[in-house]
Design a protein around this ligand. Structure first.
Ligand SMILES: CC(C)(COP(=O)(O)OP(=O)(O)OC[C@H]1O[C@@H](n2cnc3c(N)ncnc32)[C@H](O)[C@@H]1OP(=O)(O)O)[C@@H](O)C(=O)NCCC(=O)NCCS
Length: 152
């Protein structure tokens, strides 16, 4: 947790994502959330959370047919090295395993990313997420809904 508390965002990035430590703690308190620490070479370099029953928060038409990926960030000192796409890909694998373990019916992972966040848009595209259109439900401007199925 100490390493998670030391994760930093780059300038201007705090509008895209919340405080890392707070997100992980919130994740531990809620049964529907599964927080993960992204590790590289044994060090914490990022965090992400998978949430069940919350896909509408990313502009998905229902709550339960996809996992919501939220609270995703790579520490600013490790950005730009391809870790984001690797972590997003691993998140899809982890989500598929959770679905199998829990016996639920999600078919993939959905997220929303701010239209003015080129690093995010690019990282998700590289990880195989496909743009599903604009979503205006966020609090910090227009988002894109992006989805990757477990099979795709
Ligand atoms: C979005 C994020 C997770 C991507 O992770 P990443 O490890 O930097 O991903 P990549 O290394 O693939 O970089 C993504 C793109 O941003 C560019 N980039 C990222 N950091 C950079 C930096 N410090 N300097 C220059 N370019 C950078 C990369 O060149 C790449 O562009 P390209 O695909 O056109 O070549 C990370 O930038 C981040 O944590 N951002 C802040 C929080 C956030 O926006 N989260 C997503 C909310 S939905």
């Amino acid at each position: 947790m100490g390493e998670v508390a030391d994760l930093e965002l780059g300038p201007g990035q705090s509008i895209f994502v919340g405080d890392p430590l707070r997100m992980v703690l919130a994740g531990l308190e809620e049964e529907s959330r599964f927080p993960y620490v992204v590790e590289a070479a044994g060090y914490a370099v990022g965090v992400l959370t998978l949430q069940a029953g919350a896909a509408r928060l990313a502009g998905w038409p229902d709550e339960d047919s996809a996992w919501l990926l939220r609270g995703f960030l790579i520490d600013r000192r490790h950005q730009g090295q391809g870790l984001g796409p690797l972590a997003a890909t691993s998140a899809v694998d982890a989500a598929a395993k959770l679905t199998a373990r829990r016996g639920t019916h999600e078919a993939g992972v959905v997220l929303s990313v701010n239209e003015t966040n080129p690093a995010g848009l690019s990282a998700y595209r590289t990880a195989g997420f496909v743009d599903q259109g604009q979503y205006l439900g966020g609090s910090s401007g227009p988002q894109r809904t992006m989805y990757r199925s477990f099979t795709g």
